[in-house]
Design a protein around this ligand. Structure first.
Ligand code: CP
Length: 309
């Protein structure tokens, strides 16, 4: 195994070099092949993963825990970190990091405030992985998204990808756009004006020479894209419920819309979905979102191994 990522905190997609990204992808493929062959894996035997989730999660938490167990390691966690950890007594994330380093070899944290994973990492000497920090970043989701795009399309280079929905608050699209920029992706950013991609991200991508079309027209984007990446309107980030009601359901992918899309288009979604993709799409060949969620296990097996080896 390569040692390029040893000891590294995984906090933001734009902190990963191309070499590091390739190492994670290659290692994930190796784990996928090993699992398919029924090999017994023990890369993490004797090691402990701590999961601290201050916000709800199904996929990120379970796939990290599954990854650790499949690698022969063990998991400790706080069932509801917000209510049941000492955060409820006022403990800082920095201090929590100081504690965790004595209990585990690697930690995954999810938190409602952007920058919180970095605060925990500052206190902890062990590698800390950001499992989603508010409307900030979700780098491991972006890595499994990249892995999925490579599997579904056979390549990452020279693709047109439409990111659709709540681009303002959606941490998955923040991280994914930064990661795909390494591969020269052409983007459609499809969102209502109120939920547009943060201008600092768009400006940074353009500075790197990335071609971006910002539009509210999903049909145009679907007709020209190789990948349609739908996202949920992030209800929990709205301070005004009426504004959420106005914007929910802005974009729905159904079979009628798919009939107008570029032939062979791949539909992705980080999940959970609310009403952004009709169930009738699930049986379509290009509907990759459940395969995408499953890919999270091997990508997270790769990450846990690489940062702790
Ligand atoms: N995609 C994702 O982060 O899902 P969870 O919120 O269920 O972890």
């Amino acid at each position: 195994m390569a040692t390029i990522l040893r000891g590294k905190d995984i906090l933001r997609a734009d902190h990963l070099t191309l070499d590091e990204i390739e190492t994670i992808m290659v290692t994930a493929v190796r784990f996928e092949n090993a699992m398919r062959a029924g090999d017994r894996l023990s890369n993490m035997a004797g090691k402990i993963l701590a999961t601290l989730f201050y916000e709800p999660s199904t996929r990120t938490r379970l796939s990290f825990e599954s990854a650790m167990l499949r690698l022969g390691g063990q998991v400790i966690s706080v069932a509801d970190a917000k209510g049941a950890s000492s955060a409820a007594k006022g403990e800082t994330l920095y201090d929590t990091g100081k504690m965790i380093e004595g209990y585990a070899d690697v930690a995954v944290v999810r938190h409602p405030i952007a920058g919180s994973a970095a605060e925990l990492a500052e206190g902890a000497a062990i590698p800390v992985i950001n499992g989603g920090d508010g409307a900030g970043q979700h780098p491991t989701q972006a890595l499994l998204d990249l892995y999925t795009i490579r599997k579904e399309k056979g390549r990452a280079e020279d693709l047109t990808v439409a990111l659709v929905g709540d681009l303002k608050n959606g941490r998955t699209v923040h991280s994914l756009s930064m990661l795909l920029a390494n591969f020269g992706t052409h983007f459609y950013f499809v969102a209502p004006t109120a939920l547009a991609m943060p201008p600092e991200i768009t400006a940074d991508l353009r500075r790197r020479g990335i071609e971006i079309v910002e539009t509210a027209d999903l049909r145009e984007a679907a007709a020209r894209s190789d990948v349609l990446y739908m996202t949920r309107i992030q209800k929990e980030r709205f301070t005004d419920p009426a504004e959420y009601e106005r914007l929910r359901g802005s974009y729905v992918l159904d079979k009628a819309l798919l009939s107008l899309a570029k032939p062979g288009i791949t539909a992705m979604h980080p999940l959970p979905r609310v009403d952004e993709i009709a169930r009738e799409v699930d049986s379509v060949e290009g509907a990759a979102y459940f395969r995408q969620a499953n890919n999270g296990v091997v990508v997270r097996m790769a990450l846990l191994t690489l940062v702790t080896e």
